[in-house]
Design a protein around this ligand. Sequence first.
Ligand SMILES: Cc1cc2nc3c(=O)[nH]c(=O)nc-3n(C[C@H](O)[C@H](O)[C@H](O)COP(=O)(O)OP(=O)(O)OC[C@H]3O[C@@H](n4cnc5c(N)ncnc54)[C@H](O)[C@@H]3O)c2cc1C
Length: 425
Amino acid sequence: MKTIVIGAGLGGLLSAARLSQAGYQVEVFERLPLTGGRFTNINFRGFQLSTGALHMLPHGPAGPLAQFLKEVKADVIIVRADRPTIRLPLKKHHPDYRHGFKDIAFSEFTKPLSHKDRLKIALLVVSTRKNRPTGSSLQTWIRTQFKDEWLVKFADSFCGWSLSLKSDKVRVEEIFEIIESMYRFGGPGVPIGGCKAVIDALEAVIFANGGRIHTRAEVSQILVENGRATGVVVGNETYRADLVISNLGHAATACLCSEALKEKIYADYIRMLKTLQPSAGIKICLAADEPLIGYSGVLLTPYAKRVNGINEVTHVDPKLAPPGKHLTMSHQYVAPENVKSLENEIDSGLNDLKEIFPGRKYEVLLIQSYHDNWPVNRAASGTDPGNETPISNLYVVGDGAKGKGGIEVEGVALGVAAAMKKIIG
Ligand SMILES: Cc1cc2nc3c(=O)[nH]c(=O)nc-3n(C[C@H](O)[C@H](O)[C@H](O)COP(=O)(O)OP(=O)(O)OC[C@H]3O[C@@H](n4cnc5c(N)ncnc54)[C@H](O)[C@@H]3O)c2cc1C
């Protein structure tokens, strides 16, 4: 079966690897000069910065992405990071006051609460196993259960870091799926070599199975005949295919076959596309001679004005920075209404970092912002419409088609696995 994959991001390459392994004749078209999309490295003065992701897989060596990589025989070493922590500010008279803060383990997130609220959480952990809360945002659900604003702050920091959303934009059922995945697969890990190691390994599988990848090859149209995808147009060339996989999310995919989708029978799908909201964010990359965090786990920062969390991946893979240096990266959610004032958001993020690392020496290497057509997520977690499109033999993969409960690239892997099940069986 001749298959065309549009886009060589993680979703496109996972699909191409799996299909080429199953004997499909695969050709990938990527508009950029490099592959990997928002999941590859940019070498800057020996620092392995990235086009998007913070070199972290949310569920490390046991998660859905790691499992998928194993299944397609993509050779990547993924090392579990230290456990996540939460930074709490301390009052001046506190006995532990030295730097003005204290880092507690993620599992101790109830520590700042009263005994009564802690007991209530322990009971909720048991009762929600059988009766999952549904139908509201996480923030609304927390506020109906607790008066203490700490839990909202903590939830915002967690959702901002892992989904680039505020807790009022995340459905409570989605967060419970995510918590279950955390129990099942464990916490984050770092691929040795960073994001690019995953991309390189997938490309090796595709090439070994006879697949082809073209860069600087933008698809301008998806050909549709009698409700069925039959190929794509790249430059002046037409490429025919039995199956088309798009790595662009539903909205951008629909733009490539907009003529075909004008028919009335597709009206519901077009209406649904208008409800999809990409999530925006800012990443700040720092270089330091001395570690700023001191461990490889994520540091959540619920008391910062904008920054949601920070990681320091060089504790797992020192080669992600030049010898003797550390690479530290912060992430912050950007609300849709603030996308127009990104400079202010960046200044607030930089000020946060000064407060989080008081008196510490570091250099800002790179600041990247993500929104609209190059977002953190093409559809807010828990809202995407799955892999299928109303055009037969046209599937969507990637972060616009993740499925439930999958954080970031774990969701991308789950979505690709679901699509492959439909296609290959
Ligand atoms: C700041 C930031 C931090 C993140 N941190 C993490 C993290 O630590 N851990 C994690 O798991 N996830 C993280 N993510 C999310 C992760 O990067 C994405 O989920 C993932 O990379 C999405 O991959 P994709 O294949 O869906 O899309 P993309 O990477 O966007 O791939 C789509 C590809 O299609 C190409 N393309 C578009 N249009 C065309 C066309 N017409 N013709 C041909 N090619 C086309 C694009 O150039 C691109 O290469 C982060 C994202 C950001 C932005």
